[in-house]
Design a protein around this ligand. Structure first.
Ligand SMILES: [Zn+2]
Length: 234
């Protein structure tokens, strides 16, 4: 389980997930803060005899047959008053499964994107950074990753997310855009070659639910999206 960073819209509901589900390793950028949502997450972890693991750039691990690589994370505990620095602590993950690649940007800004430009390449799915904020998803970045599908986790908010210029930039690269605001929970299924998005059979809220998603390692990417839409509503 990954808490991309310690903002409430990312870990605010984690205590409930920890309580309800059988979880493995837990990654969150650092453990230097005392903050109500973070503390309730930690106390729930304690109840299950678990700890937060700290990860570092270039750390690789497997999720079933999918390879995850940490592209960015900042464990330096910047001031909680500095929103942008906190967003830039986000754990950024590249997931590779078969011939398909996915990039999960957390709330990382263009500062982080710029640092990654040289190692990035064409991907199939982008979890757009920071709910579509204009501080992320630069044109330069998009032209390198050229995602076939882009997902924005966003709900009703006062920040103006998703930003109209970001939407224009996404349109320029002709990506297929999905937002949790318009499409609800977004499910992605892949066999490592083809990608299916919001296939009815995989809509957990629909009547045709056929997949036991927790057990099926091939669709662990679904699990990420299942968690984050309701945690990330701003
Ligand atoms: Zn956020």
């Amino acid at each position: 389980m990954i808490g991309t960073h310690i903002d409430d819209d990312h870990i605010g509901g984690m205590y409930k997930i920890i309580e309800e589900m059988d979880i493995g390793t837990v990654y969150v950028p650092n453990n230097q803060y005392s903050k109500s949502s973070y503390d309730s997450m930690k106390s729930e972890l304690e109840q299950k005899d678990k700890i937060i693991s700290i990860t570092n750039v270039d750390h690789e691990y497997m999720l079933g047959d999918a390879k995850c690589k940490v592209l960015a994370v900042d464990n330096s505990s910047p001031s909680l008053d500095n929103d942008e620095a906190i967003n830039d602590t986000s754990i950024v993950i590249e997931l590779e499964y078969g011939t398909t690649k996915y990039l999960f940007m957390g709330d990382a800004s263009s500062n982080i994107e710029r640092k990654l430009l040289e190692e990035l390449s064409k991907i199939e799915v982008l979890k757009v950074a920071h709910h579509g904020s204009n501080k992320s998803t630069s044109r330069e970045f998009l032209h390198i990753v050229r995602p076939t599908y882009s997902i924005i986790s966003v709900g009703k908010n006062s920040y103006g997310h998703p930003n109209s210029e970001v939407l224009e930039r996404l349109e320029e690269i002709k990506t297929n855009l999905y937002t949790t605001q318009n499409n609800g929970t977004i499910w992605i299924k892949s066999d490592g070659n083809l990608i299916y998005i919001n296939d009815l059979d995989y809509n957990i809220d629909g009547a045709n639910r056929k997949v036991s998603y927790v057990e099926n390692l091939n669709i662990l990417t679904l699990y990420y999206f299942k968690i984050f839409p309701f945690l990330s509503t701003t």
